[in-house]
Structures are given as C-alpha cells and as structure tokens.
Design a protein around this ligand. Sequence first.
Ligand code: HGY
Ligand code: MN
Ligand code: MN
Length: 412
Amino acid sequence: METNVQRIKQDIEQLAQFTATPKEGVTRFSFTPEDRAARNYIKDEMQRAGLAVSEDAAGTVIGRRQGQVEGPTVMLGSHFDSVKHGGAFDGTAGVVVAMEIARVLNEHNITTHYPIEFIAMIEEEGGRFGGGLFASRAMAGMVTEEELIGHCDEAGVSLAQAMREFGLDPANIKAAQRRPEELKAFFELHVEQGPILESEGTALGLVEAIVGLKTYQVKITGRPDHAGTTPIHMRADALLAASEVVQQVRQIARDVGGGAVGTVGKMEVLPGASNIVPGEVHFTVDLRSHRESALEELSQRFQAALKEACSKEEGLSYTLTTKLDAKPAQLSDQLRNVIAEEAKARGISAKTMISGAGHDTQIMATLTDAALIFVPSKGGRSHCPEEWTDYADLKKGADVLLGAVLAVAEGK
Ligand code: HGY
Ligand code: MN
Ligand code: MN
C-alpha cells in the first residue's frame, strides 16, 4: 500500500496559494483570512477522505476515523500556520501527508483496531502572537489565560480577541485538553529544515530528541533625545544597551556550547529617526539547547547580561516577558523502531537524529508516545520562500508513515 504523490503535490501547491504575501513566500498567520482559506481546504479534503471533521477549542482541525474500538486514538499531523515569508512545506507537508494517508485508508476500505485522528494545528510558529506550539499546548492543558489576553500581535490584537473574531471562545480553551489515556500515539512528519539528510543522501530522519526552547520579548526603555545636542555622556541610549545584549546572546550560546544556540531575530527601534537617540527598543530572544541544564544556564546568563547592559547608563530600564518555555523532549524508542522497520521493509534509508527546531511533537510527547519523521530539505533551507522538498522524498516519508501508523493502529 502506498500514497499518491500527485495528490500530495496538488495539496501542497493549493495550500501555498493561501498566503498574505503572494510571490514572496507563504505568510499564513493564525486566525486570518489565509488561515480560513487553508482550513476550509483541509476540512473539505478530510471530509472527502471519509473523516468526521471537527475543530477543537484552540482551532485545531481534527478528522477522525473510527476504529473497531472507541479508543485510545492514534493521532498524526502537523501545523498549517507559517512564519512570515516562509515556505510551502514547513508544517504543511505533515498535514498533507496525514490527509493523504486518510485517503489511502478510505480507498482500501480499511478499519483499524484503534481509531485514528488526522490533525492540522495552528500557531505552532508563534508568528502572529509570539508564543508558539499553541495548539499542542492547548491539548496538553498548558495554555494560560494570561497568555490568551497578554500575547498580542503587531496591531495590539490579543490572542483571545483574535480567537473570538474568528468564531472561537478563548474562555473554553480547556475543552481542547486531551487526557493521556485517550491517546495511543502521536506521529508527525516534517521537513528537516537543515542540511544533514540531503548532504548524506539519507531519505528519512528518525528523531530521537527535540530541542528545548525559551523565548522572550524584551523592552528596553531609555530617553529619546536630540542626537546633536545631547552630550555623549548624558544619554540613556536604549539601542546601545540592546546591541550589547545581542552581542552577549551570541557569546553566551558559544560559552555554554554543546549545540546551544541564541538568536535575536526581531527588533524595533523607537522613535526610529536618525537624529533622535533611541528611547525604546523592543526585541525577541530565542534560546535553545537539548540539555535542560544548559537551557537554564542560557536563560540565567542572558538575564544577567540584560541587567548589566541596562545598568551602564543612567535612565535605562527594561521589561522581560516569557513567550515560550518548552522543555527538551526524548521521543518514543518503540515508535521509532516501528518506523525504522517500516523503512527497512520498503528499502528506504533512515538515520536517527535530533531536532534543532521545535515541534508540536515535543508537547504531544508529554501526553503519549510520540514520533517525528524528517524528510530532506533542499539546501537545508527553511523559513524562507526557497524552502523545498522533492515530492519523491516526501512520498517516501508518507509511505513509511502510512505503514507505521497502520501497524500501531492495528495494535501490532
Ligand atoms: O522555531 C522553530 O523551531 C519552529 O519552526 N517553530
Ligand atoms: Mn517553522
Ligand atoms: Mn514547523
């Protein structure tokens, strides 16, 4: 039994049309018209594949296929929101492959022992509201009211308000929660977003661990002054302090080592004129490590550097908001072995690896046995319009996932 690469290709190309930045990559933020268009396409395809389609309280699309028993459920899917000017495959590839597997089971009229849910999650990237892994954290009961009202987009619209305007009730978020006993396994297929598989000519990555992430929003407040008349020793220059922190984030990651990374990816300088000393700077900090102790050390040292930088000039102050705090995750050896056997049986090469990107799988791993399969990314590129995965490679991952999901759903 195998998947249909033409249908996979068509789904990817169709979904790539639902973007706020046509010809400049995929920009599909949660609870936007692009989300609505993509969601409707996904729901239609799920219905056509014979699934009972619903949406949970967080906005995740769920297509359920009955089994011979009521539960526990085997779940597979990924996210369909994107970063700004992102690619057509990040997240979407896993949603499309899940839909295609549903079609194949339907065409072969297969009823598995356990039920299967095919899912399309939103706000994994945090592109609009800054948190991320939102839909899986809602399933794990980790979303707080504070986040719903406190995390806002660039227009100041809160997550809760956007949900309401989209037809969801944020007060009901707890209804999205799944209990561990409801779930048998969670599978996600995702593009690698790195160069390893392509450079080694290996078809699949069997992920054993996913990086932990701590992400922050920082606001440094100084004093906007005339750039010409304010003596250099009488300034409270917010950007000078921020640039000190940017340097330190890189240095701290280097010093902590062991694959630790730190990134300042977004910065806004206010009032933002060449002849005004910056009075306010907003920026993000993204810290990651596979080791929990190293992640903690990164965070402590970054916060000390922020405090130090804002003590260098009179009149500087800062606020620090945590946007995401996701622990590193060890994934299921048992599921990984099922996938490895399926790959071997199909003569498809595979290697065990770790993920430097965060994924919903790391949150789902707190609820049930979880597995993540990577397929190669061309040139290792992702989070850019150039992101690409050859459809033949995507099909290999889809076929192996089909076999593995069937094996687990049949209780083998
Ligand atoms: O940032 C990440 O690792 C993922 O793309 N959300
Ligand atoms: Mn991504
Ligand atoms: Mn992703």
